[in-house]
Design a binder for this molecule. Sequence first.
Ligand code: BTN
Length: 261
Amino acid sequence: MKKTQKNIAKTAKDLIVKPIYYHFPVVDSTNTTAKKCYDENKLKEGSIIYCSQQKKGKGRGNNAWFSSDNESLCFSIILEPLFLEASNYYQLHKLTSISLIESLESFIPEKKLQIKWPNDIYFEHKKLGGILISNTIKGSTISLSIIGVGININQEKFPKELINPVSLKEICGRKYPTENILKKIGIQFFSNYSKLIKDLNSFDSCYQKRLYKLNKKSRFIIKKKECTAIIRGVNEDGKILLEDAAKINAYAMDEVKMLIV
Ligand code: BTN
């Protein structure tokens, strides 16, 4: 079923949000800094907060996010997507992951990036980056979204406890200035954001095509039990569709964990 937009009173001018970049040398978390600056009316929609050193980076669930000073890209984007019903929140995940893939692939000759549901950017079987989105709901719509992104850019070493990290340097064999990559992502993200405002389904099919392990047998832990199932897609609520014994079930992010080969 196609999603419809309820709350579009946007003019053509409103459809274009320009990124404005704010550098902080050291922060605990760019997501926390972005939220605080927004709450204090210091930053508005379109702001991209990035840092050289992130001391307490947050990952999904209760995980911490590892980053290396000056070598990783850690940033948060402030959006006011009032046109989005809260139930459509997953469109922001699609927008972000497709924007990252499109911009990062301009540096990767093999163009092989994929999205490991729900929020990871993968190169082959390794994690290049992750996304952490926090939304504020007002009435039935999303009044504020803080979109946090961490990407491994120039690292050559990672802590042992990370299962399968990879950096752009390891993929491409050369280092990149992190700010150049951020600018590329910012332009792509806001160009795609304009598309999303016009059509909420803009990224549905490319998101589906880029899903890691789509239509392949994979191993999962569901309700504490290990099992095998086939990923058939992601539904409107952002739940993963897993086929097992010819039956397709939808699972939320906190109900299932995919095991990596
Ligand atoms: C994940 O894969 O678990 C999500 C990682 C998200 C990390 C980014 S780094 C910038 C922003 N600030 C944070 O504290 N987290 C996100």
